[in-house]
Design a protein around this ligand. Structure first.
Ligand code: NAD
Ligand code: UGA
Length: 466
């Protein structure tokens, strides 16, 4: 079965880049990405490619070449579903904020809405692909909705989780370590799997396309994120021991990473992992384990989150303690707000929690981030409901000039590893600041010696004082 028309529901950080790459690599396929959020679709259609809703290195170029050719962004959800032979569901699956499983389980209401809409609109057989990250066995829910409310149309459900990381999405999509496709072990299921394999085979080598049963595929996605986040929490736990003992976490990470069984990636100590998925996916895994009565399993994975919360808390505690136990009325500069470099995404960024803690201590925070808007920063803070909207604006401001952000500051906190921070004139910054001038490097991106030579008091996460 060859696919000529694809619809993707959800034009977010996954739907947009993923479909852009499919469109680029499969010029014979018409790809329509739909969303209920009109302003997001308008932004994807903006002639000015700097205004795309998702910032990803290299994405603007792909959009430039494919948009209007075989890639389309639209709010006409039903029309796109009707025309498509294959429908990717790429909507958000956040942690539930209400009811049973609140704070842990994945909220599947957007998934269910998609399934119901597909069932309502479809007049011909379709392959429905789960691109969103979902709890294991969600495909059976989708199937039940499609089979019971459809117009006697046959559906095949595939699980095809996405492994891209933000900031490197285009490269990850063009050269994936693997593509995972889970499907039913029936002849119809196998035909559907093959149809999706054929799409990826346009640019992914065959031996990197892995096919499994649906449940393995769904669970593999949660497991991959849990393992990745666990590495970060593990090295962050060691970073605290390093600070007490005079060991250096970067040296420890290098030494253990050279063991080929451990490997060197994902061992960078930080102020804590953020991003839209690690926390929600681990919470989801914990919830699934609990729902099967597997308490030890649940507690084991929950500890990854507990460690991450601790890392953010101790970073802000250290700032307060170092600044003579009070930051009240003191200007503190945040360099970076995004949850990692090369993205404008701030979801669950460690910066949010660190800021909230310092604002509780009445610090005056000024934020500079090269890609994050003031609007997103205030939305992140207001969402916490720790204090009033007015108070957040009174205590925290933003600027587009990093030097201005540092002027008269008592301390600089580095929250995101943006490369440009390493290129600053740190002598000039030192001269602009209150003395003693402190730097709290939550990403370990600066060099201690030259900064100390300038006169800074420099703290790097995971680096002990000798
Ligand atoms: P996102 O919030 O950026 O985008 C989701 C989009 O879906 C939104 O624009 C929303 O308006 C739209 N939407 C919701 N319900 C809809 C409906 N019924 N009809 C049409 N549009 C609808 O989310 P995202 O970061 O792209 O993540 C999507 C999924 O992919 C999640 O399950 C996530 O766990 C998974 N994932 C994300 C990443 C990542 O790096 N962000 C990577 C891999 C997997
Ligand atoms: C992560 C996974 O890497 C992707 O494979 C997955 O598809 C995605 O989640 C998802 O399901 O959403 P992402 O969250 O975009 O991707 O970014 P990562 O590079 O994994 O970084 C996550 C967080 O961990 C960031 O805050 C980053 O700064 C932090 N991190 C990462 C560290 O602190 N140290 C490291 O060594 C690596």
């Amino acid at each position: 079965m060859n696919i000529n028309n694809i619809c993707c529901i959800g034009a977010g950080y996954v739907g947009g880049p993923t479909m852009a790459v499919i469109a680029q690599k499969c010029p014979h396929i018409k790809v329509t990405v739909v969303d209920i959020n009109k302003s997001r679709i308008d932004a994807w259609n903006n002639d000015d490619l700097t205004q795309l809703p998702v910032f990803e290195p290299g994405l603007d170029n792909i959009i430039k070449n494919t948009r209007g050719e075989n890639l389309f962004f639209s709010t006409e959800v039903e029309k796109a579903i009707d025309e498509a032979e294959m429908i990717f569901i790429s909507v958000n699956t956040p942690t539930k904020t209400y009811g049973k499983g609140k704070g842990m389980a994945a909220d599947l209401k957007y998934i269910e809405l998609c399934a119901r809409q597909i069932a309502k609109v479809s007049k011909s057989s379709k392959i429905v692909v789960e691109k969103s990250t979902l709890p294991v066995r969600t495909a059976s829910t989708i199937k039940s909705i499609l089979d019971n409310t459809g117009n006697d149309v046959r559906f095949q459900i595939l699980s095809n989780p996405e492994f891209l990381a933000e900031g490197t999405a285009v490269n990850d999509l063009l050269f994936p370590d693997r593509v995972l496709i889970g499907g039913e072990n029936t002849s119809d299921g196998e035909r559907a799997i093959q149809a999706l394999v054929n799409i990826y085979a346009n640019w992914v080598p065959n031996d990197s396309i892995l096919t499994t049963n649906v449940w393995s595929s769904e669970l593999s996605k949660l497991t991959a994120n849990a393992f990745l986040a666990q590495r970060v929490s593990s090295i962050n736990a060691i970073s605290e021991i390093c600070e007490k003992t005079g060991a250096d976490v970067n040296e420890v990470a290098k030494a253990i990473g050279m063991d080929s069984r451990i490997g060197s990636k994902f061992l960078k100590a930080s102020v804590g992992f953020g991003g839209s998925c690690f926390q929600k996916d681990i919470l989801n895994l914990v919830y699934i384990a609990k729902s099967y009565g597997l308490d030890e399993v649940a507690n084991y994975w929950e500890q990854v989150i507990i460690m991450n919360e601790h890392q953010k808390q101790r970073f802000s505690d250290n700032i307060v303690q170092t600044l003579y136990n009070t930051v009240s009325g003191k200007k503190i500069t945040f360099l970076g707000w995004a949850f990692k470099k090369d993205t404008n995404d701030t979801r669950e960024s460690a910066a949010i929690k660190v800021a909230d803690n310092l604002l509780n201590e009445q610090a005056q925070i000024v934020v500079y981030d090269p890609k994050v808007s003031e609007k997103s920063i205030y939305e992140d803070l207001d969402y916490l409901k720790t204090r009033s909207i007015e108070e957040n604006r009174k205590l925290l401001s933003t600027t587009n000039d990093p030097y201005l952000a540092c002027k008269d500051s008592h301390g600089i906190a580095i929250l995101t590893e943006w490369e440009e921070f390493t290129t600053y004139n740190w002598k000039k910054i030192y001269d602009l600041m209150q003395k003693p001038a402190f730097i709290f490097d939550g990403r370990g991106i600066l060099d201690k010696k030259p900064l100390e030579d300038i006169g800074f008091v420099y703290y790097k996460i995971g680096s002990g004082t000798e």
